[in-house]
Design a protein around this ligand. Structure first.
Ligand SMILES: C[S@@+](CC[C@H](N)C(=O)[O-])C[C@H]1O[C@@H](n2cnc3c(N)ncnc32)[C@H](O)[C@@H]1O
Length: 293
């Protein structure tokens, strides 16, 4: 069941220790694409409620930006709420995105109003001199860009200098939070003992068919892939209801539907809530595969 409600309100209506697993992708507080709902990481009170409703000995899998300031604050609040964070996180690697930086010489030449002489063409992307990549399998774009010579005095002096050079993340962190002191055996540990590497989860970002783009357009800016939420549920689910307090477009619910697991979630924004319900209606029949693991 998904409610159009603030998660704090929603969770307050749930009983103590009534939830078997929390899988969620909350706000990161980085104003992603200038979205108003992304102004802060969830408060300590939100995590206290999440802790209260979770069964003892169970997990909350909480996604976070890999940005160090966001991750530190997120972990601090989750831990202060009572969760144990004494394990490593998992890393969702989506392998897209690359770093861009500004060619200072070009900017200065433009400012000085001189025209650079084009002496040839090259492929854009990695190794083109315009772009550097981290952890990406992007082998460069197919577009051709100009190779040009600097024309102003400062442009010549600063040729080869780049600014704004920052690693652009190609991953997000999944914080593994535990309620209790002694970890019970879970599917996660069983699967670890089968030597399945699960620190890095390599799953691409959702496709347009998963987003239903042709039907509804780009409706949710931070949608996660269904396979990612399914993976987390397959690893950590024991029994009971799965809760996602920040449901967005309903991806956690879709992963639950796949395995016929009961879910509860909250989404505060009306447009996202309505879109979430449409996605669930659209995918319910095709995704459902009974209670298989
Ligand atoms: C990062 S998105 C979740 C995206 C989701 N995992 C998906 O695949 O679509 C976070 C969502 O939480 C919602 N939200 C933010 N604060 C909330 C709150 N206090 N209660 C309920 N929903 C909230 C936002 O509207 C946004 O849709």
């Amino acid at each position: 069941m998904i409610y159009h409600d603030d998660c704090m309100n929603g969770m307050q209506k749930q009983g103590d220790s009534s939830i078997g697993l929390i899988v969620t992708d909350p706000t990161y507080g980085i104003s992603f694409n200038l979205n108003e709902w992304d102004v802060d990481v969830p408060s300590l009170d939100v995590w206290r409620e999440a802790y209260r409703v979770l069964k003892m000995g169970r997990y909350a899998l909480i996604m976070s930006s890999a940005r160090q300031d966001v991750l530190a604050l997120m972990c601090k609040r989750i831990e202060d709420a009572g969760f144990t964070l004494s394990t490593s996180p998992m890393l969702w690697v989506y392998k897209s995105g690359f770093t861009k930086s500004t060619n200072i010489s070009k900017v200065i030449d433009q400012r000085n109003g001189c025209s650079r002489v084009v002496i040839g063409k090259k492929k854009s992307g990695i190794g083109s001199g315009n772009t550097y990549a981290f952890g990406s399998d992007n082998k460069g774009g197919s577009d051709l860009v100009d190779i040009s010579l600097p024309c102003s005095e400062d442009g010549i002096r600063l040729d080869g200098c780049y600014a704004g050079f920052q690693p652009k993340s190609t991953l997000e962190v999944i914080i593994v939070a535990f309620k209790g002191d002694i970890e019970p055996p879970t599917q996660y540990q069983e699967k670890q003992s089968q030597n399945i590497s699960n620190t890095f989860v390599f799953i691409p970002k959702p496709s347009t068919s998963e987003k239903l783009t042709s039907e509804y357009g780009e409706k949710h800016p931070t949608m996660k892939p269904i396979d990612l939420m399914s993976y987390l549920i397959n690893m950590y689910y024991v029994d009971g209801v799965v809760m996602d307090p920040f449901m967005g477009s309903g991806t956690t619910a879709l992963a639950c539907i796949k395995r016929d697991i009961k879910y509860i979630g909250f989404e505060r924004e009306k447009t996202y809530y309505e879109y979430c319900m449409k996605r669930i209606e659209h995918f319910s029949k095709t995704l459902y595969r009974g209670n298989q693991q």
